[in-house]
Structures are given as C-alpha cells and as structure tokens.
Design a protein around this ligand. Sequence first.
Ligand code: NAP
Length: 357
Amino acid sequence: MTVDSVSRERIPVAVLGATGSVGQRFVQLLADHPWFRLAEVVASERSAGKRYADAAEWRLETLLPTEAASLGVMSLGDKLQSRLVFSGLDSSVAGEAEELYANQGCVVVSNAKNHRMGADVPLLIPEINAAHCDAIATQQKRRGGRGYIVTNPNCSTVGLAMAIAPLEAKWGIDTMHVTTMQAISGAGYAGVASYAILDNVIPYIGGAEEHKIESEPQKILGKWDGAQFVDAGFRTSAQVNRVPVIDGHLMTIWLSLKNDPQSVDALIDAVRNFTAEPQALNLPTAPERPLHYIDAIDRPQPRLDRDRERGMAVSVGRLRASSLGGYCMVALVHNTIRGAAGAALLNAELLDAKGLL
Ligand code: NAP
C-alpha cells in the first residue's frame, strides 16, 4: 500500500532549536512538505520573543521561507499547540526538554544524542529498522500517556549503517573498521574556527564521536525482541577526522563477513538493489534508491555526490577485496540532510504511515 501524499490537511509541527544549523534545515525542508506544516519555532532565551527572520541568521543556499520568517520564536518549555515536535536542540538542553514534551503527550522526533541509546527509544533509519517502532508502545506505557521520543543517529552513523545494511543482512558482518572525514557543518556554525580548519585536517572530534559511530550501528542493525533491543554483535572500531568541506561526511570502511559472498560483484549488486519500506510506502522524503553505487574509480566525492536525491541518498563506491582479507569501500552522506533534518522528517513520515502520530 502506498500513502497518498497529496490530498490531506498538513499536520502542524514545532521545531525545537529552529535557529541552529539543523533547525534551519528543518525550516527549509518543511517549507513545501506535503504532510507537515511548520507552525511553531522554539530556541534559547537569546532568540525568544523575536521574529524568526530576526533571530535566525539564515545561512542556507535557498531564501528563508516567507511563512517561517514572521513566526515568533518561543522559549524552550513553553506549551506547544503541535503534537509533532522536531528537535535540533543543542545536547546540553535536549535531554530534559525532549523528556518534558514527550511526557506532555508530544511525539518528539530528535536529532540530539541524549536519548539515542534509551532502552525503549527507537534509533531509527526507516530503510533498516522500521520494526523498531514496536518499542514505542513500551515507551508510552512507561510514560503513562500517548507521548514518546524517537531519534535519528549521529550524522556519520547514518551513512555507515545504510552502506553496510545490505551486506549485514545477506552475509553477516564479523569485524569492521571505519575512518571518517567529516564536514565542518557537522559542528554547527560556531563549531570549528576557520583558522583551525583551513589548510588542515583535525584528527579528533569531541563529544565521544568515535564511541557513537561504534555503538549506534549495533542498535540500528540489531533487533527489538519485544522487551529490549539486542545488538547486532559485530566487532567494530572508528577513527574520526574533521576536514575542510562544508557539507558531506565521507568515510572509508573495511569489513570482514561471516559468510562468503563468492564475488565482489555480489556485494555491489546487494548495494545497488537495496530498497526498503520507505520506498514501498512512497514516503515523500524517501529517496527512490537509498544507496547509489557509483562505478567511477574516484567517487563518491562530497562536492559532486552529496546532493543526490535531494541529499537523501547515501553514495557508495570503490567496493573491492582488501589485501588483508575482507572488503574495502567508500561511503558518503549529506550530514545535515540525510544525517540530520531529512532523516528526522523521514522518521516522522514513517510514524504517520504506521498510524503512530
Ligand atoms: P547549533 O547550530 O549550535 O544550534 C543549536 C540550537 O539549539 C539553536 O537553535 C539554539 O538556539 C538552541 N539552543 C542552544 N542552547 C539552548 C538553550 N539553553 N535553550 C534553548 N535552546 C537552546 O547546533 P546544530 O549543529 O544545529 O546541532 C543541533 C543538534 O543536532 C545537536 O544536538 C547536534 O549534536 C545534533 N546533530 C547535528 C548534526 C549536524 O550535522 N550539524 C547532525 C546530526 C545531529 P539559539 O540560536 O537561540 O542559541
């Protein structure tokens, strides 16, 4: 069954942290969303009480949507009219605020790290683990109401988990190592000083980035057994770097498999043919093909490939046998779209299609 994306009244939504990098992406992507309508914007006391146009220093490549410009920025904690709430809040405040709104009955679809590993909180990538939505009933029971939180993963984790998902499903991953080259937009506007990053690579990202990239795929590719999440169980390590690219996290991956795929072509076919529930449901933000395998020997590249399918497709290339055994590959994800605001929109579309809003 596909979902009719045209003839329906748009659901009013709120964006928490609407003035930030991720928040601005939400505002941009919601401007012409067929199902959701931006109704409320929330940020810090620095912004509250101002018009959105005055509070947000708009830095995206498209014009600030006119309907958003005149919205008044609300304070965090204000009572919301919208039941569906997207969060692009700074992690210093996201944990408590998201908890508050979920306990008030809101559906909180978050980008922040705070609740990702929660025992009954789905860490969703709809192409991989739509079945993890079954944990929502357990969470609602714990809260004693209709509200709940779902999260999307760290921006690099999204690209990594999507690129390896068809290989894990068919052959099982035994061990994996990933090295990321992450764009500066991933740190927010004020995140990395230009003097530090130009002409440079910084082999460290704070906030336990490597731990997130090692642990989150275990939950995403694991199972909800009806009572708890069970990890996928492969061994994994990550090294991260900040590089002077605006948008697009590139990563090189080495992995070994439990079962023999017989040929590299079989692996490439699995990547090329990967499709899942969001495509079958025809969700508005879903890419037609979640994974684009690119044959060219020097691709994917951030500048050339990050915008494929409006930034929602993950690009994969250079899949080959490694001289150490196992296989090497390269993956690329648009970190503020598929890795953040676009991922959250797709999560909310899945929840709506499943009757969970
Ligand atoms: P950002 O540009 O620094 O924006 C942070 C937002 O949080 C702003 O709207 C800010 O409002 C608000 N905020 C900060 N302190 C607040 C407070 N005390 N009370 C209420 N609101 C407050 O950060 P970002 O890069 O958009 O990241 C937002 C979240 O998404 C973070 O949790 C981050 O880890 C996560 N994330 C980011 C990416 C990415 O690629 N950037 C990807 C995945 C996940 P003011 O403007 O009023 O200060």
